[in-house]
Write a protein that binds this ligand. Structure first.
Ligand code: KIV
Ligand code: ZN
Length: 518
């Protein structure tokens, strides 16, 4: 593949994705996801925003140390302190990159109160400073799609002259449309001196549902780096989804003759891991990685599929890492069968991990006659982590028509067991009241959602809980054949994530403040 045909994949799941309210990941989870991204062939991993918190700094540094092939990038606002902190974190990488940005549109210029000339000077100083530290520098004019064209050209030219090697054009608010996205890249390539010597990137948000289309249009016009996230995770409606870009370029290579270096068979696994660690489940009808993306229910479709899969499938499930298999596990299945089944589903487990999962699998198989693929996926996506601050160790609920609804519960909090009995309007309400009594908190329940994993009355329930505390949001997930147990575990999972967020933001910069461009 020539450099002309290659599109670099820049994944920002761990930075822009993690900025999504409630999607906080732990240090270990970030390292795991970064490892999977590296292994899958992602060219550049944006690992975090080092100045934002001690936790972010530590994660970017650790990811830099562990990365094998990917370029590791950190984000920095347009000030020397941010840039220095970013460099301190990424300099440990084999291939480090500093990504610095400033909002260039009229609305964004007004916030730090810089006029056009002052901002131009700031861009020159900060990109020069970054380039003196690192020879791989990316610069972004935030809200580029709402910036005056002449001013955008002027600032891009300044950044290139100051040493930026990649210029990213963000559609920060998901406002552009495909034709406009392409025209903007063409205009920059045509008008900006030196534009042919750097790489243009496209970074699209999905507010109007056009992020992937806008990114691909930019590629057709000459952009050679696509910024995206796994499952399209990201603020508001999210970002361009990595899996959509990769598969669109693969399936429609006839009209978009560009290639990525991504091993598409790893897509399903990483999608599931990100859904699990971020607490953001993938919608059933999501392109490429949704549960229904390869499901065929109508008679006509099923009939066509049996005769020739190409009648209703434009890509093969195996291409994205889904294996078609008839093996259903049950309580007599052994460790080897479980390991091989999980590997088919994209979960490669070490011996210790397998030991833990096998115990939970046996418990599930005792409760359910047949354990389907979806059950195993739900099992892999739930379960306590060793490091969890709060763990559910016992629960007994009582309920029924005309009876008092109560829950007797034991939680292990910070290693110590404590128990209580609480009542409520229903069994879940009683159980949640018990959690509140044992672990008092101010978090407000925003979402409580239950869905069946498979069909039948013995199906596992998968539960999502979203909590809000002082503007911080955390989402928890769990699955169990007992709906109340799944609910409490999801609630506890969300609380554990809030605890991590509290620790993370203690004394740090909680949000990006535009005042700090200087
Ligand atoms: O959406 C955006 O503008 C960003 C920038 C920080 C690149 O994420
Ligand atoms: Zn963004």
């Amino acid at each position: 593949m020539s450099e002309q045909d290659k599109v670099f994949i820049f994944d920002t799941t761990l930075r822009d994705g993690e900025q999504s309210p409630g999607a906080t990941m732990s240090h270990a989870e970030k390292l795991e996801i970064a490892g999977l991204l590296d292994e899958m062939g992602v060219d550049i991993i944006e690992a975090g925003f080092p100045i934002a918190s001690e936790g972010d700094f530590a994660a970017v540094k650790a990811i830099s140390e562990q990365a094998k092939n990917s370029v590791i990038c950190g984000l920095a606002r347009a000030n020397f302190k941010d840039i220095d902190r970013c460099w301190e974190a990424v300099k440990h990488a084999k291939r480090p990159r500093i990504h610095t940005f400033i909002g260039t549109s009229p609305l964004h210029r007004a916030i730090p109160n810089l006029n056009m000339d002052e901002m131009a000077e700031r861009i020159h100083e900060t990109v020069t400073h970054a380039r003196n530290l690192c020879d791989n520098v990316q610069w972004s004019p935030m809200d580029a799609t709402r910036t005056e064209e002449d001013y955008l050209c002027r600032t891009v030219e300044i950044a290139i002259k100051a040493g930026a090697t990649t210029i990213n054009i963000p559609d920060t608010v998901g406002y552009t449309a495909p034709r406009e996205s392409a025209a903007l890249i063409s205009m920059l390539l045509e008008r900006v001196p030196g534009a042919d010597e750097i790489i243009f990137a496209t970074h699209c948000h999905n507010d109007l549902g056009m992020a992937t289309a806008n990114s691909l249009a930019a590629v057709e016009a000459g952009a050679r780096q696509v910024e995206c996230t796994i499952n399209g995770l990201g603020e508001r409606a999210g970002n361009t989804a990595l899996e959509e870009v990769v598969m669109a370029l693969k399936v429609r290579n006839d009209i978009m003759p560009f290639q990525t270096g991504i091993d598409s068979t790893k897509l399903m696994n990483i999608s599931r891991r990100v859904a699990s660690v971020s607490g953001f489940p993938v919608q059933f009808n999501k392109a490429i990685v949704g549960k229904n993306a390869f499901a065929h229910e109508s008679g006509i479709h099923q009939d066509g599929m049996l005769k020739n899969a190409e009648t209703f499938e434009i890509m093969r499930p195996e291409d994205v890492g889904l294996q078609a298999t008839n093996i259903v596990l049950g309580k007599h299945s052994g460790r080897a069968a479980l390991r091989s089944k999980l590997a088919e589903l994209g979960f490669e487990l070490g011996d210790n991990q397998l030991k833990d999962v096998f115990v939970r699998f046996k418990t599930l198989a005792d409760q359910k006659k047949e354990v389907y693929d979806d059950d195993l996926i739900a099992l892999m996506q739930s379960g306590d982590a060793e490091a969890d601050h709060i763990r559910l160790t016992a629960l007994k609920v009582s309920c029924g028509m005309g009876l008092e609804k109560s829950a007797e519960m034991t939680l292990e909090i910070g290693g110590e067991e404590t128990s209580v009995r609480a009542t409520g309007d229903g069994p879940v309400d009683a159980a949640f009241n018990a959690v509140k009594a044992l672990f008092p908190h101010q978090a407000r329940l925003q979402v409580y959602q239950v869905a069946a994993v498979t069909e039948g009355t013995d199906a596992q329930a998968t539960v999502s809980v979203r909590l809000e505390e002082d503007g911080k949001i955390a989402t928890g997930q769990s699955a169990d054949v007992d709906t109340v147990v799944a609910s409490v575990k999801a609630y506890v999972d969300a609380l554990n994530r809030l605890v991590v967020r509290r620790e993370k933001s203690g004394g740090d910069t909680p949000e990006v403040s535009y005042k700090d461009v200087s």
